[in-house]
Design a protein. Structure first.
Length: 662
């Protein structure tokens, strides 16, 4: 017995000695003084169509290349029962016809000739397959125009990866005009890699276009809608704003492929498709089948912002293509159309319906304005050529819409010559908001938790517009959304929160990635065709944004702000609505840490505090499609004595502590 006890002691004593390698930390939250009001826009989201985030992702369309407009018109399609290398096919054939100028935004369609009763078909592979769920209904539509005296019937079937039929429907197009035909298909079973087969049977010729398949259950059950599970992740963040449509996608690799919002609104079949700039950007992650159909366009972005209760923040091309790519610029004397796009966008979003652009918003079903208050001029631009263009935009926008806040870019890097130049110029101009981006190693984020402590309180506001800790290096395909990166972001975000007087908007980037079709990692939310999961970084964002509060409070260790002493980072807010003090506190160390947190300046606190813990067992821990819940927040209550919470912080942990101030 003695021997057993001794062995146990041998094991336990060293463990106890190492459990707390630092003395307890006495922390004070000064709850009687608001340092700054937290803006409603504080924590937001950044959306860019990268990693198949729009087509193949948020946009719920399941058919890839539905209108045959990809450079290779039958990309994504396979002919079934075809014998195209003969003049006398016994089944049928497809001829891609280009109407050119006659239908410049959607020039191509397919002319299907059916010869005999064996039938001819087209099969669509979807976006790395189609996600089909058992029991769900799918809405098939197509534009068709049968030729005179044709008797062509259309049989539609969904098949799983093994070729087994999952559901079917049929159509009989009549009359020679282009008409929209539709059919519903109920799925018998699930498969993330399903296909859509369209069989043409009978005899004759039929022209087809805009072949589309959507789940009936989209977000808010809207036609042409979004994947409900993916929007739910965004709604759960309760974002203060949504930045769209990017990112570099705004700029294009060259000016011709820049994002032009006017081509993304109105009838879906008239929105002009273009290549996605991330298509072949990275040789190590080519995606030659990545295009932008713009089925998810600016109207839908505004509507999404409204659904989420988020302020819309569109970023527009300023006449400069991506400076990492072609760096093409529009000459100053030809900048007017670009500026006009910005003015017209404000009208589209906010106008009263009597102007052409606001009437279009009305006609699309949204009479009420979208309440646009901010607009970004350019994405990651730099140099005097940007300043010149930014000034021209600002002059025109402020002259017509003086209340609109303008976001200026501070380029791609958070420090260095380009940053310093832009920062100096934009501060001298008293710019409304400056957009800073930082993709860096976790250590950079820890070191920069105090980045904004000395920023001018009376100068421009900062938009932390794109940030993410990189486990390896920026653009490395080996980057992981691991716990180390999430924890470093949490520590850094305490610095953003503490400086809400200056930093008014923050968004992690990029937002979404398809597990089979991504170009850029890390990303906040990953998905396949049926499932999705939040990364540890997502839960960090959620904990900040769901605990936003209304006023910043000081958090002190001794007399100094707590910004990394003993590896601990913290920030605190008061929530006027719930009368709570909310502390976010992070232990970046690998040992237990005792933190005794006193809420100073209140009469009395609640007797219990609600504590949320987010932690990974190791720095390398990740969530995944197979194991989506490895790192998840958990909640418990702990006692508060004498307005003090005694928190034994686990290694590598992030806590949110809510205490009522009575
Ligand atoms: O978020 C991915 C890319 O990173 C964005 O498109 C760009 O703005 C930044 O360089």
């Amino acid at each position: 017995m003695k021997r057993v006890l001794f062995s146990v002691l041998l094991l336990v004593v060293p463990a106890l000695q190492h459990a707390f390698s630092q003395p307890p930390l006495a922390i004070k939250v000064k709850a009687d003084k608001s340092i700054a009001a937290i803006p409603s826009t504080m924590w937001g989201i950044f959306f860019e169509d990268i990693n198949f985030a729009a087509d193949g992702g948020l946009y719920a369309e399941l058919v890839k290349n539905r209108s045959f407009e990809f450079d290779a018109p039958l990309m994504g399609w396979k002919e079934l029962n075809s014998n195209k290398y003969t003049l006398n096919t016994t089944s049928g054939s497809a001829l891609v016809i280009n109407r050119g100028e006659q239908s410049s935004s959607n020039p191509r369609f397919a002319r299907i000739t059916v010869i005999g009763n064996s039938g001819y078909g087209l099969s669509n592979e979807g976006f790395r397959g189609m996600g089909i769920k058992e029991g769900m209904t799918y809405h098939f539509t197509m534009l068709a125009s049968p030729h005179k005296e044709s008797a062509v019937k259309i049989r539609i079937e969904l098949t799983d990866a093994n070729g087994k039929i999952m559901g079917k429907a049929s159509l009989s197009p009549q009359g020679e005009d282009w008409k929209k035909y539709s059919a519903d298909i109920k799925a018998s079973h699930s498969d993330p890699k399903a296909k859509l087969n369209i069989w043409f049977e009978g005899k004759g010729v039929v022209d087809v276009d805009m072949i589309s398949l959507f789940p009936a259950a989209t977000w808010k059950n809207r036609p042409n809608g979004m994947r409900a599970d993916l929007v739910q992740w965004l709604a759960d963040l309760k974002p203060g704003f949504i930045r769209f449509p990017g990112g570099c996608i705004v700029e294009g690799r060259e000016l011709a492929t820049r994002y032009q919002w006017k081509k993304t609104v109105g009838d879906v079949d008239k929105r002009e498709l273009i290549v996605n700039r991330w298509n072949t950007e990275f040789a190590h992650r080519p995606a030659p089948d990545y295009y932008q159909s713009f089925g998810l366009g600016f109207f839908e972005y505004f509507q999404l912002a409204e659904d989420l209760g988020a302020a819309p923040l569109p970023i527009l091309s300023c006449g400069m293509a991506c400076q990492f790519n072609s760096a093409e610029v529009t000459p100053m004397e030809e900048l007017d159309p670009y500026i006009q796009d910005a003015l017209d966008l404000i009208d589209f979003a906010n106008g009263d319906g009597t102007t052409a652009w606001s009437k279009l918003r009305h006609d699309m079903g949204h009479a009420a304005p979208f309440n646009l208050t901010m607009i970004g001029v350019g994405n990651e631009q730099w140099g005097p050529q940007y300043l010149e263009r930014y000034l021209a935009f600002t002059k025109a926008i402020k002259a017509k819409y003086p209340k609109i806040k303008i976001v200026a870019s501070n380029g791609p890097f958070p420090e260095g010559e380009l940053f310093d130049y832009a920062d100096k110029e934009f501060r001298a101009l008293d710019t409304d908001i400056i957009d800073e981006h930082y993709y860096n190693k976790p250590e950079w984020f820890l070191k920069n938790a105090t980045r904004y402590d000395n920023y001018d309180r009376n100068g421009p506001k900062v938009f932390a517009g794109e940030y993410a800790a990189q486990s390896v290096n920026t653009v490395s395909p080996l980057n992981q959304n691991n716990w180390e990166t999430a924890l470093a972001e949490a520590a850094f975000m305490t610095g953003l929160e503490r400086n809400a007087a200056v930093v008014n908007l923050c968004s992690y980037a990029p937002l979404f990635a398809h597990v089979d079709a991504w170009q850029w990692t890390p990303d906040l939310i990953w998905f396949d065709n049926l499932q999705s999961y939040g990364t540890p970084n997502y839960y960090v964002q959620k904990l900040f944004s769901n605990n936003k509060g209304s006023d910043v409070l000081a958090v002190l260790s001794g007399n100094a702000p707590l910004t990394g002493q003993q590896g601990i980072y913290a920030s605190a807010v008061r929530d006027k609505n719930s009368s709570e003090v909310i502390l976010k506190i992070i232990n970046t160390g690998t040992t237990l840490q005792q933190a005794n947190v006193t809420i100073d300046g209140i009469k009395k606190s609640s007797s219990m505090a609600r504590v949320t813990l987010l932690k990974g067992a190791t720095k390398e821990a990740v969530n995944s499609i197979e194991n989506p819940f490895t790192i998840l927040p958990s909640e418990k209550e702990i006692k508060v004595s004498n307005n003090t919470v005694s928190l034994t912080m686990e290694p590598l942990s992030f806590y949110v502590v809510r205490v009522k101030a009575l």
